[in-house]
Write a protein that binds this ligand. Sequence first.
Ligand code: 6PG
Length: 252
Amino acid sequence: MSLTKVYSFETNDKVSQALGEFIAQASSESIARNGRFTIAFSGGSLPATACKYLRNNQNIDFSKWYVFFADERCVKLDSHDSNFRLVREELLDYLVQQNRSIPADQVMVINDDLIHEPAKVADDYLVKMQSVFAEANKIRFPEFDLILLGIGPDGHTCSLFPKHPLLEVKNDWVASIDDSPKEPPQRITLTLPVVNHARRVAFVVTGAGKKSTVKAILDEKNTHMPASLVAPIKGDSYWFLDDAAAKGLTEN
Ligand code: 6PG
């Protein structure tokens, strides 16, 4: 039976510290078990919150990391809108400076030559996922060690938006979207079944502006919000909140 654990902290900085420790622990456990750590990052404020302390943690063996994106905008990799760019600036560049880089071929970015054809971006990304989850022909879905997710005010997570047909995807690992209600409209995203096959899913949500969304998901189980549909089959889900986002939760 999978668990949902909700943690809240006084400040955003304390969320960063606790999340950094959590990711480090997940990394150690995964490397001890499988010799590697597979992680997917979301965009928005998450990379800054997740990486503030993580990047200086000397106990992490980043050479064993395989980095993916829970969703990515179909833009050039150096674009202001790129989720990869956020992770590069918040983590990868720091690791280069410290001489403990994640090998470039273990950072799974979109092919940005294809950005005008999101379906091709998704096809290419699937091949990259299959290359890492090499047992792909034997397993139904990849099992990420950790997927880090944000939520939008509408309860979207990854690029899975309320009432969108992508919520019905049952078989695909990665999907493209041409009509995202949030700019930019063209994106790729991990699908709900992939998220729900992860060993750990961690939501990271800060700020008073999200408190009614957090309450709608955690207390009211509002299934119109895509984040409410995240329920790992074998893994656990974790919520890292600041007190402003957690305010009003009954079970906190
Ligand atoms: C995107 C973002 C987006 C983000 C949430 C939460 O590609 O548009 O990844 O889905 O994760 O909107 O963002 P904040 O944490 O910045 O509020």
